[in-house]
Design a protein around this ligand. Structure first.
Ligand SMILES: [Zn+2]
Length: 687
């Protein structure tokens, strides 16, 4: 039986869900859907880790029991998974795992018993009782070594946590230890023989050098008197199992390890080993502690542990409440479709590396790639089939006697050209997807969108439609476009389940793209003569200005957006309400300039730094917010219009001595630099 098991971390139930949680769930959900689509029986786990001192403390503060506190936080997680289409009802996760479930108590106790009987590779007892004394961070739920805390300013004060900036507790108590120090060689040998075990490569190297640096034994229990909210240690109820031992074990207890009922319902042997998706901040626990526990218990190791990066703000800063640059789930849910969010997350972050997340960028992507890209291809194709082919899928073949006629229009009469292109793209897409290279895979899919768009534009169906003799040629072009849409719906289903289903239905197809294995797609299976459904836009265009002004009632934080380019917007063009006198215009000194040099400015992705000759002794230094649209090299030598008497201003610490005049169009405010078609000398004035 071909099965697959994918997990997100179980999230610590001491804080409400945020973008980071949502992201890992989206990735896991996408992976699960892709596997299911290929006919692989898949189990997808997410959930919460609900034990420990932090939950106890939070509960106390809120006047709740620890269980009530956990239930409270979990209610926000289940709300999020429902709103973003990630729960079971939407075809998402199979279990929302909670470590407070009785079957988890049974399973984790079984693992403890096994390990406590085990010997390490060096012949010692894997679990032993000892004393631990150290600096402990309660929010991190771990002891901190010297390089993990900030030394105090005043001698005698406790050190502070580097992550939380809170004072650490000096803790000394009886504790059970897991003899992690005996597993260094065993772990290194796993990572050497299985290069894919920890991904990406550079994270694997980090983990390996951490292990080579020597491992310390791990405290795996706390006295019940200090932490009571947790699983009691089997045979020694004066101790409570300590966070990581308890939490990591959920991945096996959820599917039936140590519990008959779950074993029957899911099946440990059936689904284990898992692919664990984790944030890079918790990689060490998953790639060192967890495999060591499993080695000790004689349980097969995970399929792989894959660490993803973090979301930063559009300027590359960490997101934090204090900076006010966090992405709010409520805002995402209110303004954006789930598919657009999923697409953005997978397209924008090169999996493994950090990515940048901003509402504006999300709107831009939704408009350019979805509304104008895939959505537009779909609606133009289907609209033309409705108009020119009586809403029926035309034939994909040109009859012999029309071949010559078709050739004359420039339409490729050999259908294997486009079929071959899309088959190759599909193969690449599937391979990239299997390697979790989502961003690349989506680029590949969009190469199909671009290719088919170009095919339509080149063939000009609207002209072909005027000639009765070219009816078959027209049909062939539209058939190829519609068949490509069918392929794209199947390929993109795991990323955008709702839109794929909608386009599928509009094509007049039965069932769902969820049920079609992309590797089994065959060109030409779209049936001639089948009726298409009513055409509806799948990705409505988003009004960026309107939405952004609703999201950010205050001024924008970004300094880059105030870059100097004169923006004569379309809105301005139609909304001129007050006139100026000729003298007012004469105040503006517009000059012809020539770009002598142009370069990007590090850490300011919108700005270009230019030297412009406007006939003065020295060229002007001018900054313009056009870097996203113009390659600097291509601007050199170009004639431009400069506002020469604009008061110099500083941007990013650099002086801008004037302004480049540019039109601005579209909802993205794309700048287009004003220029001349005839030769004019530098410094000539515009009047
Ligand atoms: Zn901490």
């Amino acid at each position: 039986m071909n099965t697959f098991y994918v997990t997100t971390p179980i999230y610590y139930a001491n804080s409400l869900p945020h973008l980071g949680h949502l992201y890992t769930m989206i990735v896991a959900d996408t992976v699960a859907r892709a596997k299911r689509q290929r006919g692989i029986e898949t189990y997808f786990l997410t959930g919460t880790d609900e034990h420990g001192i932090n939950i106890e403390r939070a509960a106390q503060k809120a006047g709740r029991t620890p269980q009530e506190q956990a239930d409270y936080v979990v209610s926000y997680f289940t709300k999020m998974t429902s709103e973003f289409g990630l729960d079971t009802a939407h075809g998402g996760y199979d279990i929302f795992m909670r470590t407070t479930k009785p079957f988890h108590y049974e399973g984790v106790s079984e693992l403890w018993r096994r390990i406590s009987k085990a010997k390490t590779p060096k012949g010692n007892n894997a679990i032993y009782k000892g004393h631990y004394e150290g600096w402990f961070c309660a929010p991190c739920a771990e002891y901190k070594t010297e390089d993990e805390y900030q030394k105090p300013k005043n001698e005698g004060d406790p050190p502070t946590c580097l992550i939380h900036d809170t004072p650490l507790d000096r803790v000394s108590e009886e504790s059970y230890f897991f003899r992690l120090s005996d597993y260094d060689e065993a772990l290194l040998s796993v990572m050497e023989t299985r290069p894919d075990f920890v991904r990406p490569d550079y994270r694997r190297n980090e983990v390996m050098s951490f292990v080579r640096g020597g491992l310390q034994d791990l405290s795996v229990s706390r006295l019940k008197t200090s932490v009571s909210w947790g699983v009691p240690v089997p045979g020694d109820p004066a101790h409570t199992m300590y966070v990581w031992f308890d939490a990591l074990t959920n991945y096996i207890t959820a599917i039936g390890f140590g519990n008959e009922e779950r074993q029957k319902a899911v099946g440990f042997e059936k689904f284990w080993p898992a692919l664990h998706l984790v944030g890079k901040d918790i990689l060490r626990f998953h790639a060192v502690y967890w495999p060591a526990f499993l080695l000790a218990a004689g349980i097969e190791l995970p399929r792989a542990i894959v660490a993803h990066g973090m979301w930063l703000d559009p300027n590359g800063r960490k997101m934090s409440k204090t900076l006010g640059n966090t992405i709010e789930l409520d805002v995402l849910n209110k303004y954006f479709s789930n598919d657009a969010i999923r697409y953005f997350c997978l397209r924008e972050m090169v999996f493994g590396q950090d990515g940048r997340f901003g509402y504006e960028a999300l709107i831009d992507r939704a408009n350019s790639d979805l509304a104008s890209g895939w959505g537009n291809l779909s609606s133009r194709t289907l609209t033309m089939i409705a108009r020119y082919c009586d809403s029926r899928i035309p034939s994909g073949l040109i009859p012999e006697d029309k071949l010559l006629l078709a050739k004359r229009t420039g339409v490729d009469t050999d259908e294997t050209t486009v079929a071959g292109f899309i088959e190759h793209a599909r193969d690449q897409f599937v391979q990239q997807f299997d390697n979790l290279a989502f961003s690349k895979a989506l680029e590949t899919a969009w190469s199909v969108v671009a290719r088919i768009d170009k095919m339509i534009t080149d063939a000009k169906p609207w002209d072909l439609a005027k000639d009765e003799n070219q009816k078959q040629t027209l049909g062939v072009v539209l058939y190829r476009a519609a068949e490509s849409l069918r392929w794209l719906s199947v390929m993109l289903y795991p990323v955008m389940p709702e839109a794929s289903q909608a386009i599928w239905k509009q094509l007049g197809l039965d069932g769902s793209p969820a049920q079609v294995d992309p590797t089994q797609l065959k060109w030409g299976e779209l049936k001639e003569g089948a009726a298409i459904a009513e055409v509806q836009p799948v990705f409505p265009r988003m009004d960026k200005a309107k939405i952004m002004s609703e999201i950010t009632s205050g001024p924008e934080i970004s300094t880059e957006s105030s870059a100097p380019a004169v923006h004569a917007t379309q809105a301005d063009a139609v909304g001129i309400t007050s006139f100026i006198e000729i003298d007012d215009f004469a105040k503006v000194d517009l000059r012809v300039g020539q770009v002598l040099s142009a370069e990007r400015i590090p850490k300011a992705d919108k700005l270009l730094l230019m030297k412009v000759d406007i006939g003065e002794e020295q060229p002007r230094q001018i900054l313009a917010g056009i870097a996203q649209y113009y390659e600097p090299e291509k601007l050199i030598g170009r004639k431009v219009v400069i506002v020469a008497n604009l008061k110099p201003r500083k941007l990013r610490g650099l002086e801008s001595q004037g302004m480049v005049v540019a039109a601005s169009y579209g909802e993205e405010g794309r700048p287009v630099i004003a220029t001349f078609t005839e030769d004019v000398p530098n410094g000539a004035r515009l009047k």
